[in-house]
Write a protein that binds this ligand. Structure first.
Ligand SMILES: *Cc1c(COP(=O)(O)O)cnc(C)c1O
Length: 337
């Protein structure tokens, strides 16, 4: 928030500033800058890099589908080198401005070690998309990330009725991001800021309750005859130590039959994209959120055509299980016929 009294809405707003201050505190960063959406927040980070004469971005797949597309298209004047955590040092160039990663990854929920990547990044800023974990379960800045990005549309708002994005970072980065926000106009509306601020008051209980339900559903799905594979962070042994508390509230799984049949049969669960709200949502990544990602990249990222992603909300765990079990079993019976 610029000093002095408010001059014009695009320059700053006190309600939005309160949301930003709360986010900076939650992520353990010096500052935060809020935007009209998660993609607007990422756009500002990329433009800041271009403005510093460092248009080259190193990114680790898989990323959120639209983030992947924004980087791959070079729309904003950035170039990208896609790499793996192991090959990160070789991907860095003299004009690299930013290293981008997401953990847990979308939609496979695989985890990357933030601390190791921050070390490999050296002086270069590492940006972590922390949308899936939220600062309740994971604080990337504690592991050396200089920038943390959220689609506030998801858990921070928490009710599927507001769009926003936020970057927490050093005061130095924040200044550059605020300047870009002023000239591009990607401001968070004050009413959205109010809703997000209110969402933060219940963030810890919502996130922990949804994560507990997700862990239980992941356990039951793993034992279901129509399910061939379950992706849930807490189920894997080689997790980055001390990074994420529990497994979060997303569960991905592969089914033996047609995944679209399962989506068509749920009644309590809503077939829809998004995540982090009160309602449990199910979607088929290869035909929805990751349709925009090239086929071969999708396959290599472990996003098979049989994969479904469940974003767990706040309903009763048994009610959710009955809905899933019935949909999975009916689909399998139809497939056998
Ligand atoms: C939704 C999402 C985004 C984009 O955010 P919008 O608010 O939809 O623009 C970026 N990253 C992740 C991980 C997301 O889930």
């Amino acid at each position: 928030m610029p000093p002095g009294h408010p001059i014009y809405g695009r320059l700053g707003n006190t309600t939005v500033a309160r949301f930003e201050a709360a986010m900076a505190d939650l992520e353990g960063c010096a500052a935060a800058v809020a935007f009209s959406s998660g993609m607007a927040a990422l756009t500002a980070c990329l433009l800041a890099s271009v403005a510093r004469q460092r248009p080259h971005i190193v990114a680790i797949r898989p990323l959120y589908g639209t983030s992947d597309h924004l980087l791959d298209s070079g729309l904003l004047g950035t170039t990208v080198t896609w790499t793996t955590p192991e090959d990160l040092p070789a991907a860095i160039q003299s004009d690299t401005g930013l290293i981008i990663m997401e953990t847990p990854a979308n939609p496979t929920l695989s985890e990357h070690d933030i601390g190791r990547l921050a070390k490999a990044a050296g002086d270069l800023p590492l940006l972590v998309d922390n949308t899936f974990a939220t600062p309740i379960l994971q604080r990337p800045a504690e592991h050396g990330a200089q920038m943390v990005l959220h689609s506030a549309t998801k858990f921070l708002g928490g009710h599927g009725d507001v769009m926003g994005g936020v970057v927490t970072c050093t005061e130095d980065f924040a200044r550059a991001l605020r300047q870009i926000r002023i000239v591009t106009g990607a401001v968070l509306h004050p009413f959205a800021g109010y809703l997000l601020l209110r969402g933060l008051s219940t963030l810890p209980i919502r996130v922990r309750r949804a994560a507990a339900t997700a862990a239980e559903l992941a356990r039951r799905l793993a034992a279901h005859p129509s399910v061939t594979r379950v992706f849930y962070p807490a189920h894997t042994d080689d997790r980055p130590p001390g990074q994420m508390d529990g497994g979060g509230s997303l569960v991905s799984f592969e089914v033996a039959g047609d995944p679209r049949d399962v989506v068509a049969r749920v009644r309590l669960i809503t077939p829809a994209v998004s995540l982090g709200g009160v309602d449990t949502l199910i979607q088929h990544p290869s035909s929805l959120t990751h349709r925009i990602v090239p086929d071969d990249v999708r396959q290599r990222s472990g996003i098979s055509d049989r994969l479904l992603r469940l974003a767990v909300g706040l309903e009763d765990p048994d009610d959710l299980w009955h809905d899933l079990d019935r949909s999975l079993s009916t689909s399998a019976q139809e497939a056998a016929r």
